[in-house]
Every structure is written in C-alpha cells, then in structure tokens.
Ligand binder design. Structure first.
Ligand code: ATP
Length: 283
C-alpha cells in the first residue's frame, strides 16, 4: 500500500440483512490514514452497520471495499484475522470477557500479540490509571458499572496502538467529564498516527474536535461522500483556541514512548490540569 493510499476505500457499498431492504445504500468514502472521523446520524441510520463493515465483522452485500491496500471482498477468510489484528474496536455492548478481571481484559490484546508477562504490567497499569480504574483492576466485568465497563473496553481497544480504532458510541455511558477525558485519549492515539472512527450522537463531543471529519448517515446513505464536512466551520472558530486545545490535549499517556514525550515542558502539565478542572471546556 502506498503511503498516500486511503486506509479504507468503500465504493458504492450496500448492505442488507437477510432479504430485508438495504440498511446501507450506495456508500462511497475514503478514510485517510491518520485522520479523525466522526460518524453521526439518527438512531437506525446505519452507523453500527457501517462500523461492522469497517471492523470486518460484516461483509457488504454489494460494492467494493479496499483496506490497507487489499481488496477485502476477494481475500480468503483465513486472512481476515491478520487484518483484524490491526484494528481496535470499542463495541456498543463492550463485549468484555466475563471471567477475566479488568486488568486481564485490558492485557488481552498484548497477550495475544505475544508480549511477555513482565512487559505487560506497565502499559496495562498506565491504561487502567488513564481511564480512572486503577482501584478496580481485579474486578470482574459483572461487578463494574456500565461506564466502568465502557472504560475497560476502550482501554482494551487502544492499548496495542492499532492502525485504526473503530468505536461505537464510546462515551454513551459516562459523564461529560469522563467523555472529554476519553476523547483526549482517542486524540492522543490519533496524534500517534492511528486513524480513528467514532460513531456518536453527542454533538458536544464532535465540537471538541474541530479538525475531525464528519460523516453523516441518513437512512443508510452517507450524506457527505467526500468526507469534507467539518464542524463547526473553521472560519467561525476564534484564532488562538486551537493552539490552546492542542497543548492541553497533548498526549501524556503511558503508551507514548519516552522519546515521543515533550519532556521538560511544565506548562503543558499545567494546561492539562487546568483543562481537567474546567471539565475540558476551552476558556
Ligand atoms: N442483524 C440485523 N438483522 C436485521 N436488521 C438489522 C440488524 N442489525 C441492524 N439492523 C437494522 O439495520 C438498520 C440500521 O441499524 P444500525 O444498528 O446500523 O443503526 P444505528 O445508526 O447504529 O442505530 P443506533 O444509533 O440506534 O445504534 C436498523 O433498521 C436496524 O433495525
């Protein structure tokens, strides 16, 4: 795959479940590597269905699909896991492994990737702390609240730094402060090069990411096939806020390699602290 190639390209994709009418129709879009996308649309518009296609759980009924430079509709099923391993997924219903602790759920992608036990603890503990669950490390999913389960699911999806993260309503069960914190985690991951696709109804979330591309589904049709829609329009954003926002959201999380840290810049830490106190509202 060429470095300029889109990470995903859908051409005139349609999806029907069984013999029912199409729930996605004529969907064409290109997702560029390293960008941040929001997928919006009313309930039933087809967001989850489109995400399922993106995370390779559902094959389109028609059209063409390329991913990581490969035709996904003609490759043998046996090759799909190799592509799935490059994706992180936050499911709407979390899908945590019930008999495993929060810690072990989060460690799962690293164990599957063959990371040695002695190298696991630091990244897993960093992630637990980032999602505010260090005190719940040993808890099983059934004893966690919906919001806590959602945070474990997010930590599990991002810990292996996937090429693309696909998240279905990832802030649906958390309060606005936690939603902003989780968004900042996605943003940090995006800054490290991961393409992010977040399906959400939450326009407040969308407003926090002025550079994100918005894709809106309406009754199974993508309203902006070029992916050029932005919110809010750039011209309406006062100058200066963008820079402040960038600094406040600069990645500070554990899986950032030491040499990627902006060490020695205390003002960033102060900005992050101030932004957290404000609930990540920009002044
Ligand atoms: N497995 C399935 N079998 C049959 N129909 C389905 C299936 N999954 C979804 N649908 C239908 O497809 C349409 C799109 O559903 P989808 O879940 O993709 O929408 P959505 O935009 O994610 O909705 P929400 O915001 O409520 O989660 C709906 O009419 C839904 O009833």
């Amino acid at each position: 795959m060429d470095s300029d190639d889109p990470i995903v390209h859908l051409d005139n994709v349609g999806l029907r479940y069984g013999t029912d009418k199409e729930v996605l129709s004529g969907v064409s879009c290109s997702l560029d590597a390293g960008r941040f996308y929001f997928l919006t649309g009313a309930s039933g518009a087809g967001k989850t269905s489109l995400l399922k296609i993106l995370y390779l759980a559902q094959t389109p009924s028609r059209g063409a699909m390329r991913m990581f430079g490969t035709d996904m509709l003609t490759i043998p099923q046996s090759r799909l896991p190799e592509f799935r391993r490059r994706l992180g997924v936050v499911f709407q219903d979390f899908r945590l492994v019930e008999h495993m602790s929060a810690y072990d759920n989060i460690a799962l992608p690293l164990r599957v990737a063959g990371v040695r036990e002695r190298d696991l603890a630091e990244p897993v503990e960093d992630m637990l702390s980032w999602v505010g669950l260090e005190h719940r490390a040993r808890a099983k999913p059934a004893t966690l609240s919906g919001g806590e389960q959602q945070r474990v699911a997010i930590a599990r999806a991002v810990i292996s730094r996937p090429d693309m993260l696909v998240a279905d309503e990832p802030t649906g069960n958390v309060d606005p402060d936690m939603a902003m914190k989780l968004l900042s985690l996605f943003y940090a991951l995006n800054r490290l090069g991961t393409t992010i696709v977040v399906a959400t109804h939450d326009l407040n979330l969308v407003r926090q990411m002025p550079d994100a591309t918005i894709m809106r589904l309406d009754k199974g049709r993508l309203m902006d096939p070029t992916g050029a829609l932005r919110y809010p329009p750039r011209a309406e954003r006062p100058a200066g806020k963008r820079e402040l926002y960038d600094r406040a959201m600069r990645p500070t999380i554990g899986f950032v390699k030491a040499d990627e840290h902006d060490s020695g810049d205390d003002s960033v830490a102060a900005d992050v602290e101030a932004a957290e106190k404000r609930g990540w509202e920009m002044p």
